[in-house]
Ligand binder design. Structure first.
Ligand code: OFO
Length: 165
């Protein structure tokens, strides 16, 4: 049986994850508008993964017999300035999510909630990967610079990313 404080914090995290999905969906639309299909695909897959992150918590709460509460999802930005700026925003956002996951772990520890503590380990590993992916693309963008051919190649590569449920 989950404590109320844990349930509330996990419900808030569902909202964070759904906002992440919304943010990346908006970034995907931004890239579509620029004609960068590969970048748009990468962001679309990212958005779908974020929805899965939310659903994983949703299912955990249901399985624990806790009540799911859905909060309002805020509006994501519409303009992102540049490709590089977009990925800087991704990295910043993922660092924010990492701090949220760490807060959840702190609560689980405080409440001696072993099951939730265990459940959250997957998110800890996932955040390492998420930050690394954003950093990796930022580094590649540095190399690309103003080279349109290199950008085209990178776009083609990002088009390969597939959604794995
Ligand atoms: Fe991007 O990992 Fe969830 O939010």
């Amino acid at each position: 049986m989950l404590k109320e404080k844990m349930t509330e914090a996990l419900n808030k995290q569902i909202n964070e994850e759904l906002y992440s999905a919304y943010l990346y969906l908006s970034m995907s639309a931004y890239f579509e508008d620029m004609g960068l299909k590969g970048f748009a695909n990468w962001m679309m897959v990212q958005a779908m993964e974020e929805r899965d992150h939310a659903m994983k918590i949703y299912n955990y709460l249901v399985n624990q017999g806790a009540r799911v509460k859905l909060y309002e999802i805020k509006e994501p930005p519409f303009e992102f300035g540049s490709i590089k700026n977009t990925f800087e925003e991704v990295l910043k956002h993922e660092q924010h999510i990492t701090s949220k996951i760490n807060e959840l772990v702190d609560i689980a520890e405080e409440l001696k909630d072993r099951a939730t503590f265990n459940f959250l380990q997957w998110y800890i590993d996932e955040q390492v990967e998420e930050e690394e992916n954003a950093r990796d693309i930022l580094t590649r963008l540095e190399f690309v610079g103003d080279d349109k051919n290199a950008l085209f190649m990178l776009d083609r590569e990002l088009a390969q990313r597939q959604y794995v449920p």
